[in-house]
Ligand binder design. Structure first.
Ligand SMILES: [Cu+2]
Length: 64
């Protein structure tokens, strides 16, 4: 079942003060998850939602 949640490993994000880590995110448009596969490198964008949780607004396979 596609719950819209994704677990991903990201590089450091200095603008957020984040080091590299693996974490769970909710996606805004869960249908986009059908475009990516487990273990695949992806590009993504995120925003901080009103509830303080980060939300992925766009996710797609990374171009190699
Ligand atoms: Cu993180």
């Amino acid at each position: 079942m596609n719950t819209g949640k994704v677990n991903l490993t990201h590089a450091p994000i200095p603008s957020l003060g984040w080091s590299a880590m693996t974490m769970n995110f909710q996606t805004k448009n869960k249908a986009e998850l059908s475009n990516v596969k487990v273990g695949q490198k992806v590009n993504f964008e995120l925003i901080k939602g009103a509830d303080g949780q980060y939300l992925i607004t766009r996710i797609s396979p990374a171009k190699s």
